[in-house]
Ligand binder design. Structure first.
Ligand SMILES: [Zn+2]
Length: 123
């Protein structure tokens, strides 16, 4: 099995609904994102996936969130913009872009701070 990952980041504001604590107030994070792609075979160039292509696909998704108030961005106007839900959002959008028979997105990490990270993957 081969696996690659890339890191990217974005900045956004959010507030948490149905939550009692300081995160119910509007505040911001510099989110860090790590995306893993896995597969059993390589292409003719010996790559699982071109890093440039993966970075471009991840960037295009993060652009939808960057410098936004997540509370106003679909689907976070209905679901809470937690790191867990953001990780699933990125996973689902990326899956549509890069899934091929021999390759799939493996997992997405979203750090809200250096010390707090949520991970989404499918079994
Ligand atoms: Zn927060």
């Amino acid at each position: 099995m081969f696996e690659i990952f890339i890191d990217d980041d974005f900045s956004a504001a959010h507030s948490l609904k149905n939550y009692k604590g300081k995160c119910e107030n509007l505040h911001g994070h510099n989110y860090k994102v790590r995306v893993f792609v896995a597969g059993e075979s390589l292409d003719n160039s010996g790559m699982l996936m071109d890093f440039t292509e993966l970075k471009r696909d991840v960037s295009s998704i993060l652009l939808l969130l960057d410098h936004k108030c997540l509370d106003d961005v679909e689907p976070f106007d209905k679901t809470n913009p937690t790191a867990e839900n953001i990780a699933k959002y990125i996973y689902d959008k990326l899956k549509m872009k890069i899934q091929t028979p021999g390759r799939s997105i493996e997992k997405v990490f979203v750090w809200e701070t250096d010390k707090n990270c949520a991970v989404y993957y499918e079994r």
